[in-house]
Design a protein around this ligand. Structure first.
Ligand SMILES: [Zn+2]
Length: 409
């Protein structure tokens, strides 16, 4: 038995036993095929970074058809829809992300093979979006009335270059700021993981510029590629701790025109990550100093009368680190809901939309939407809906644990 109570003072196992909740659970089993078809429909709409509007419009229409209030696409491009309970407090965000990592023109036609669905983005995160629709349908079909309210949000900009712009807008600028009590996102498949720790990252483009010249006759002009070499050499000397896990990566370099030309420009893209904000800041400070000192070293070797190299650091991405504590109500509810469904829960860490609310101190977790998948972020991405119902049941139980069933039910 649990001591945890939900708004409306029921325990999670009492919630689970409620007839309406059982009816909603049954909905997922009975409608497995319809849920697959919805999933296919969503995944077949391209949603490249910064071009999520068509998919957002589709979800908006679906939420309207299902009877949610105020379904609209907000000024950032998120699809937002309210399922009002008896009160607007607590107001729990139930979310998944619209964008995929795939560029415009990628073939997103869904193929079916031996029960699996194959298409780029089918799992990350079309299955989360399908979960939002399925959760809404189950709540409506079972006539569930909640204490608090649910704000369904399909976000833009979760992947790389999007830099969490959708969820940032929701929590920092949009009309709902200061009203949002907690955040649950569905990202990818699975039934056991509960992501309560946010993996932080900082991403930079480092650009070095100089006058350039002839390799022989102008020797002594500061060389941006040489400076880049010095910079990389300094960076890789960083003693990154394995605990808390901290990593760096020079992922791409570019520069130069020809073997006998001193380049006018060179650049590199660098990714810094840590599970600890303190370590991330420490690595970030080291990185910035290394870039400055490497530039100074190269400038110090140049012949008199030549201009120095110019260094620019452009922040491409900044994802905050943080944690929703294991003892917090949202994590406890998720742990308990997972166990009640016969699954051993696993607390985990990742970089997801939850990073943003976590950094603001708002309780947030990311859950799998059921099923399994593979080859994520590749053209061979697949999703297997086997046991999807259990993931949706867990999701529903967590969400109801946060808003509570209305006392009259
Ligand atoms: Zn994702």
């Amino acid at each position: 038995m649990s001591s945890l109570t939900t708004p409306g003072s029921r325990t999670i196992d009492e919630l689970l036993a409620a007839p309406q909740v059982q009816a909603a659970f049954q909905f997922f089993e009975t409608n497995a095929e319809a849920i697959n078809n919805e999933h296919i429909a969503i995944s077949s709409i391209p949603a490249p970074p910064f071009q999520e509007h068509e998919r957002a419009d589709y979800l908006c229409r679906r939420f309207q058809q299902l009877g949610l209030e105020n379904a609209l696409v907000d000024e950032e491009g998120n699809c937002v829809a309210l399922r009002r309970g008896r009160s607007l407090d607590p107001l729990v965000v139930v979310s998944a992300h619209l964008d995929t990592v795939f560029p415009e023109g990628t073939n997103v036609t869904v193929r079916q093979q031996e029960g699996k669905l194959l298409s780029p983005g089918i799992a990350d995160d079309a299955c989360g979006l399908a979960a939002l629709i399925a959760l809404t349908q189950s709540l409506q079909a079972a006539g569930i009335e909640t204490n608090g309210s649910l704000l369904f949000v399909a976000t833009v900009g979760e992947e790389g270059e999007g830099n969490l712009r959708g969820v940032r807008h929701l929590f920092c600028e949009g009309p709902w700021i200061n009203q949002l009590s907690s955040f649950v996102s569905f990202d990818g498949p699975g039934v056991d993981r509960i992501i309560n720790r946010a993996l932080g990252s900082k991403r930079y483009r480092v650009t070095l510029r100089g006058p350039g010249g002839h390799s022989w006759s102008d020797f002594g002009i500061a060389n941006p590629v040489h400076a880049l070499g010095r910079a990389i050499s300094r960076l890789v000397s960083y003693p990154a701790p394995s605990e808390p896990r901290t990593t760096f990566n020079v992922g791409r370099i570019e520069g130069g025109a020809s073997i006998n030309v001193i380049p006018g420009e060179a650049l590199m893209d660098v990714d810094l990550r840590s599970t600890s904000e303190r370590e991330l800041l420490r690595l970030d400070a080291f990185f910035r100093r290394a870039m400055r000192e490497a530039t100074e070293d190269e400038n110090a070797t140049r012949r008199q009368g030549n201009p120095p190299l110019d260094l620019s650091l452009q922040l491409l991405g900044d994802r905050p680190t943080g944690e929703t504590l294991p003892g917090s109500a949202i994590v406890e509810i998720a742990l308990e809901a997972t166990r009640l469904l016969g699954v051993t829960p696993l607390l985990d860490q990742a970089s997801t939309d939850s990073n943003l609310p976590i950094s603001l101190g708002i309780p947030a977790i990311t859950l799998g939407a059921g099923g399994t998948s593979g080859n994520s972020h590749t053209l061979d991405e697949w999703y297997d809906p086997i046991d999807r119902a259990r993931g949706l049941q867990r999701g529903l139980l967590v969400v109801l644990g946060l808003v509570g069933l209305s006392a009259s039910q």
